[in-house]
Design a protein around this ligand. Structure first.
Ligand SMILES: Nc1ncnc2c1ncn2[C@@H]1O[C@H](COP(=O)(O)OP(=O)(O)OP(=O)(O)O)[C@@H](O)[C@H]1O
Ligand SMILES: Nc1ccn([C@H]2C[C@H](O)[C@@H](COP(=O)(O)O)O2)c(=O)n1
Length: 247
């Protein structure tokens, strides 16, 4: 955990801040140091429920911001027996939960297009898996960086079987247009704006693409062209699931 904090403290964050003389970097650094002094108990996020006795099957769903991951996950849920768990949605829920000790930290990361420490995200995912009582999961927007992947391997080792990575390949300008469109139609998301998007895209290129490449080299990636309309994209997605034995 200390290793994670040391790295967090080194993060450089560019954002606007009204506080006099306080750079955004310094503000976040102070916040993380405060959190570390409180000795955050990440385990407080985990409940005691057991995972279903059948080992859960997991499909990781990755792609740029706005590539259409959530849209396609809804369609997969309707067609196949999967439960959709969006890491971003779980983080937003935790941010909004009254009394959460992680709310402000999550907000700072999301607004700055950075990836929340895996201890938080993976615990939220594991809980959601346990609470659902289900055994097939689409894990959307995770693992997004090396920290996510390492944390998943540590925490979920032997607890779930990853089937494949569904990668929605989408040009940057299309992703931007879709996210801005989503913002304009009232998503209410604090990161559907050009300033956050620039950072999210940078994080995606620097941190997420190498993870997709890693899975690709292991032969575990199913790439889908995400640029056509959603129905057309789903035709490809459906083929992948059928070819991998899902009915
Ligand atoms: N194939 C598509 N063609 C056009 N618009 C799409 C398509 N798929 C999704 N959209 C629209 O683009 C926006 C982003 O889609 P969605 O929320 O599914 O993306 P996402 O990859 O889950 O995004 P994020 O990673 O930011 O959560 C939404 O407004 C959605 O309606
Ligand atoms: N593994 C993850 C997934 C998401 N987040 C944070 C940072 C993202 O910009 C934000 C929104 O995610 P989205 O809904 O676009 O998938 O949530 C993270 O830190 N770690």
């Amino acid at each position: 955990m200390w290793r994670a904090f040391t790295r967090l403290i080194a993060i450089t964050v560019e954002s606007s801040s009204s506080a006099q003389g306080a750079t955004p970097h310094r503000l976040l650094t102070q916040q993380f140091q405060a959190h570390s002094h409180q000795q955050i108990n990440y385990l407080s996020l985990l409940n005691n429920r057991k995972m279903s006795s059948e080992k859960p099957k997991v499909v990781f769903v990755l792609g740029g911001p706005g590539a259409g991951k959530g849209t396609q996950c809804s369609k997969i849920v309707q067609r196949f027996q999967f439960t959709h768990l969006s890491a971003g949605d779980l983080l937003r829920e935790e941010r909004a939960r009254e009394g959460s000790q992680f709310g402000q930290l999550i907000e700072d990361y999301i607004r700055n297009g950075q990836i929340v420490p895996v201890e938080v995200t993976c615990s939220l995912l594991e809980n959601a898996m346990k609470n659902s009582g289900k055994t097939r999961f689409l894990i959307d927007g995770f693992p997004r960086n090396q920290d996510n992947l390492d944390g998943w391997n540590r925490q979920m080792d032997g607890k779930a079987d990853m089937q494949f990575v569904l990668f929605f390949d989408c040009a940057e300008d299309v992703c931007v247009e879709r996210c801005l469109g989503r913002g304009q139609s009232g998503s209410g998301r604090s990161d559907d704006n050009m300033e956050s998007l620039k950072k999210r895209i940078q994080t995606y290129n620097n941190d997420s693409l190498p993870i997709i490449k890693f899975f690709e080299q292991a032969g575990q990636v199913k790439t889908i062209d995400a640029s056509p309309d959603a129905e057309k994209v789903f035709e490809e997605v459906e083929r992948v699931f059928l070819a991998n034995g899902f009915q």
